[in-house]
Design a protein around this ligand. Structure first.
Ligand code: ATP
Ligand code: MG
Length: 465
């Protein structure tokens, strides 16, 4: 018989019809006369209840049906008397696909800590929490592609292996096929890469932006959505060594239009979650964070604050004068720490903030310089509970200014020739941003640790599974 997925079975009103469902046992309970099996197939957080009468099924045959076992159940769909559910299945035939020995199956029904579940990341998608998180993750990916597609952007694939090392100097992962036990070096003791796979030193990309800019100079509006890699040696709840980044790049827009895009896009994604994932959000709201849904709604409905960095520093200095204690000092020119960002967002404005016009010394070389000669047109979005969620900027399109900045920073020029060609041929004003997909996931799910919003997290000293 053809399988019905549980999300559809639960909506069906085709009572007394024959139905087949397949899934994994969450719990089994019962009495002398009847066994109740809660079955879940991942299509929804909700289980369907299977009722097995003991005059049809022997106690012996039900014994292997324990938490984690996989079943195919055929029976009659009936209206349920139980509270909180509308339908259940009166089982007629149960086939056991796979058992899960209660002595060794690590996911028993009691609540496990998130830390414990990280150690069994191969099984944690079977829990309610991670089922919810990964269904939401899929939906957020769909939201992102849909948003850009509907707004005329092209999905552009940038390489993961790169020979340029501009932004992330020092925190890139090298890619090599060289025998590390027997490294050929030149007379100065430098490694000779000429016999390496690509004939030069290569790494995993930290960002697709530079190639994204090339594409925007031809297709007008593009976005990338792919993995990026940073050998971040900081063990924080907001950094991964392998994370997914969304990077739109748009020709012919200025700072205010970039900020409009950042705000509109984030609101669209959060709203998508509210519209498509409400059962999963409700579960996370009830289990972990009673203000989650309220916080999501408030972001969709409030206008983001647009705040020049200099103003932000004034507010923070004022807070310090009024007795607010920060771990890191606040002064014009400092790179804001997450405690500063969160003070502005959570205590001062109580709204998302787009911070603009940063001192050029704390930002990347490609950002467009303001007329003051001191600040650049960065437009980072700061979110409650997260801090920086988006890093964006208008790009410097003037060849001479860009080259001067590259030289001032001693960035190896020969690797940048192809990037500079965008400014030599048909240069155009343009802007873009990078959103860490898992930062968005943290916000939308209310999870506290970035390791819990990606299936298999890569962080210092962990690359299991
Ligand atoms: P942070 O100050 O938090 O380290 P960043 O300034 O290094 O961020 P960008 O280089 O601007 O970040 O990258 C763009 C976006 O990518 C950030 O706004 C953030 O959402 C995300 N991001 C950056 N580094 C990481 C990481 N290690 N893990 C997950 N997401 C990240
Ligand atoms: Mg960083």
């Amino acid at each position: 018989m053809k399988r019905t997925v549980i999300i559809d079975a639960l909506k069906s009103t085709d009572f007394n019809s024959q139905i087949n469902v397949k899934g994994w046992v969450r719990t089994r309970r019962g009495n002398k006369n009847v066994a109740f099996i809660a079955l879940n197939d991942g299509s929804t957080i909700k289980n369907i209840q299977i009722v097995a009468d003991l005059d049809k099924f022997s106690e012996e045959s039900l014994k292997p049906i324990t938490t984690g076992a996989c079943l195919s159940v055929t029976g009659r769909l009936v209206e349920s008397m139980g509270k909180g559910q509308t339908v259940e299945i009166q089982a007629e035939e149960i086939e056991i696909y796979g058992t899960a020995d209660p002595e060794t199956y690590p996911l028993q029904k009691k609540g496990h800590t998130l830390e414990y579940l990280r150690d069994i990341a191969h099984l944690r998608p079977r829990t309610n929490t991670f089922g919810a998180v990964f269904r939401i993750r899929h939906n957020m990916a769909m939201a992102i592609h849909t948003y850009f597609h509907e707004h005329g952007y092209f999905y552009f694939h940038t390489p993961l292996i790169t020979a340029s090392d501009c932004e992330g100097a020092g925190q890139m992962f090298q890619v090599t096929t060289k025998n590390l036990y027997n490294l050929k070096k030149d007379e100065n003791g430098k490694i000779d890469y000429s016999d390496d796979f690509f004939g030069k030193q290569t790494s995993l990309t930290v960002s697709g932006q530079l190639e994204g800019e090339l594409a925007a100079m031809a297709l007008g509006k593009i976005y990338t959505f792919g993995p990026t890699f940073r050998a971040e040696n900081s063990n924080t709840p907001r950094h991964l060594a392998e994370f997914w980044m969304i990077e739109p790049e748009v020709a012919f827009i200025q700072a205010d239009e970039l900020m409009d895009l950042e705000e509109d896009f984030l609101k669209y994604c959060v709203n998508w979650a509210l519209e498509h994932c409400i059962d999963d959000l409700q579960f996370l709201n009830d289990m972990f964070d009673k203000t989650l849904i309220e916080r999501l709604r408030s972001v969709v409905n409030t206008e983001f604050v647009r705040l020049p960095y200099t103003k932000g520093i004034e507010i923070l200095e004022e807070a310090v004068r009024s007795g607010k204690q920060f771990e890191f000092p606040v002064y014009w020119g400092c790179d804001l720490a997450s405690e500063h960002e969160r003070y502005l967002v959570e205590e001062h404005f109580r709204k998302p903030v787009i911070m603009t016009d940063y001192p050029k010394e704390i930002k990347a070389f490609y950002m467009k310089l303001n007329a003051d000669g001191k600040t650049v047109q960065g437009t980072d979005v700061l979110f409650p509970a997260i801090g920086e969620i988006i890093g964006g900027s208008v790009r410097e399109e003037n060849y001479d200014k860009l080259v001067a900045e590259i030289e001032r920073r001693n960035i190896p020029m020969k690797d940048m020739w192809w990037y500079l060609d965008t400014r030599r041929f048909g240069a155009a004003p343009h802007a873009g941003f990078g959103l860490g997909f898992e930062r968005l996931m943290l916000f939308v799910t209310g999870m506290q640790n970035i390791r819990d919003v990606i299936p298999f997290p890569r962080t210092p000293k962990t690359a299991e599974f």
